[in-house]
Design a protein around this ligand. Sequence first.
Ligand code: UDX
Length: 440
Amino acid sequence: MKISIIGTGYVGLVTGTCLAEVGNDVVCLDLDERKIGMLKQGQIPIYEPGLEDMVQRNQAAGRLRFTTDVAESAAHGVIQFVAVGTPPDEDGSADLQYVVAAARAIGQNMNEYKVIVDKSTVPVGTADRVRAAVQEELQKRGSKLDFSVVSNPEFLKEGAAVEDFMRPDRIVVGTDNAKATDLMRALYAPFQRNHERLIVMDIKSAELTKYAANAMLATRISFMNELANLAEILGADIEHVRHGIGSDPRIGYHFLYPGCGYGGSCFPKDVQALQRTARANGVELQVLKAVEDANDEQKHILLKKITQKFGSDLSGKRIALWGLAFKPNTDDMREAPSRVLIEGLWKMGATVSAYDPAAMEETHRIYGDDPRLKLVDSPAAALADADALAIVTEWKEFRAPDFGVIKSNLKTPVIFDGRNLYEPKMVREQGLEYFPIGRL
Ligand code: UDX
């Protein structure tokens, strides 16, 4: 099938590449010439395991092309994916100018029936705006071409995006048109494994499903974080509690890990956007407001523990940081808890030496050459001259460190662990003080 993808950001690039991988003829459009230049040479602008190889392989096979030519991309695909950014505007709601511009570009250039698919995370009701924009452009041209609008939200996790796309647990398709439904079914047929993954529904329900999923997951995390903080005060161990409740299949074990707060490009943005949608319709989502507040507070948990140990004047102290990205297997620093910690430590007078396996460049882009932040190239180098160690991201390479080396390098042998990586008893037996989240 001929497919066009508008926007080669995270979602667009993964979608286009994976659709080419199963044999489709894919054209990816972006207005950023530098980005398209890189992609044409098989270089990908994001960090995502497995993606670069797949891009190169499909390019070589002639199934995946990149262009800045709007007319070419609008003419190419019978299915046109809109995967452009929807950054929050000043009041926190999703800014739809790029989505609408993409719809207009399709309307101006299309030459046959098209299925226009909203892949970006967009507020409920966006499909109507896309339809209106395309219609308006067709009218200007005096054209009577037919088209359908479909909502097909993505559920990719950064760091596992290729796997999530190739082996989805569900594919949500919101549609009001039989022809579009058939085309979407055919498109996703190669991704159906032994049972039906496609869930077809009306457009508004599909749009809401995306927000509902992320809001539900964020709620689980914030609730676990609050329980962990309570467990700490009560002298209970949240790891036992997690096992105890996760064994109930209605609760389940997934996404039940307390930590130093959720971040990333989706949860914080979507939790806010859903509240805005509700408010705009006269409804207050009380639970989500609490989820957001609890997360803002949780991002300060390591700083709180550090000042409980060292006092609130940290001048002259250096804290070693392991992990900067908002989660492992990505270099994404958006809404990362590490940023709240770094900036909080600075305010209290401390300096930071930090290591992350992927996010060093991104951190440098954000903080430049600030003398209060030393970016080093190994976990061991971060410990040199540091007073204490704080762990913010659960990268695999932090899971089995040499505690002897940590102890001998730190001025005060203490670990503040925002991801509960170690057995507390074992760390303490090695002569280190250990502050996990919600554990004894
Ligand atoms: C998320 C959704 O999972 C995905 O379906 C959607 O399409 C986009 O948003 P992503 O932002 O890549 O994906 O990250 P995810 O792995 O879901 O983690 C989100 C945040 O929750 C991270 O900061 C992570 O550290 C935190 N988290 C996750 C916890 O604190 N505890 C957990 O148990 C799980």
